[in-house]
Ligand binder design. Sequence first.
Ligand code: ACO
Length: 436
Amino acid sequence: MSQIATLILDGESHDFPVIVGTENEPAIDISTLRARTGLITLDQGLGNTGSCRSAITYIDGERGILRYRGIPIEQFANGPNFIEVAWLLIFGRLPTSDEYAGFARELTHQANIDEGMKHHFDSFPRKAAPMAILSSMVNALSCFHPEFLELDSPEKFWAAAARLMSKIRTIAAFAYRHSRGLPYMYPDPNLKYVPNFLHMMFSMPYDHFICDELVRDAFNLILILHADHEQNCSTSTVRMVGSSRANLFASCSAGISALWGPLHGGANVAVLEMLQKIHEGHLTPQEYMRLAKDKASGVRLMGFGHRVYKNFDPRAKLLGQIAEELLPKLGKKDPLLDIARGLEAIALEDPYFVERKLYPNVDFYSGIILRAIGIPVNMFTVIFAMGRLPGWIAHWWEQNQSETRIARPRQIYTGNGLTDYTPMPGRGRTPAATEG
Ligand code: ACO
């Protein structure tokens, strides 16, 4: 039986349908609210707002569940590689072996970037943040591949998706090489997605980087665990920009910018900085926790808390396990892992964190693994972006294929009432502090 939600306003009743998703999650459909009542809703941070219907990823934050196209995230831990999962997210089902091989071939074929594009890297300052370069260069793909500005067939979308998936990896590696003043290493067609990326990051013209299988598998899993997370800040940005019918490259470039922030993908850098500070003795774990609980300090326990998860983030669980397993296998001991474990243990017992249901999120352990692999801290969020790309592409296409209207929220205006323009001479003196 379908449910109805009734809003009583000034004694008048207005009925709204309650719709339910696949997993019975209910929502009040208020699409006709303003037309019928003149009212809008106010939901800062959009924590109570479903912005779309989507068939890509399911999360149950109370139970710590994450599924891609219905498949639990845990089932990706020991099997498929990132490209297979990317295909699943983008095209809606697991690929056949032919489909997988064809897509992988196209990724290899498209790995080079236009030589003209390569010169753009040289004009960025050496100290430029790789995320800024990544966002700019992904947008620049719109200039170099104008044939993909309109994706009017599934075949064209397939080709654009493969191109973007392949080239983001080259762009990311070149951004790193530029920041270090190292020669750009061209992609090697004999290598698969992850080893090829690490080759472009770490090989030298006279010394070919050999990718350890353990490293390859851990890196694949990191990318897989970041691949989609439904309507998070960056994905919502991609959909918001895409709703204006902006092209795939421009929309994903906007997603990269959104991901950069320290409350989103940039948190993996902030976690490492936090652990490093404690390690260098600037603060004890207890002092840091005291600051994190004191609102006035402006400090947060980075890598903890999540808008949706009110239980363990399943990705953090898997990443914590990988960190424990990988470091000894690589013969590495990282004191930051011990500090992270210590902070986690304190937080899981502390009423402040327990009452607010704050648990480790995906960023808490990912940086420790990337560090063990030899990835520099300023590349952490770039790696996150490479991982999240298939999710952005999938959401962009899903929206593109639906009847969605341009995203255009409303607001509650809180500024001046009607005010007359005052000509310059009648405005009095500028307050001293801002004069000049
Ligand atoms: N440390 C200390 N206190 C926290 C933390 C934290 N990490 N996270 C939330 N809180 C507190 C808030 O101060 C607030 O307390 P109050 O109820 O007394 O006012 C309460 O918990 C709820 O927090 P909100 O900020 O309302 O939660 P929101 O859903 O808006 O934010 C967010 C989620 C941004 C992830 C937040 O938990 C946070 O800042 N975490 C640290 C940054 C981080 O790790 N970000 C990565 C998130 S995962 C990702 O984006 C890939």
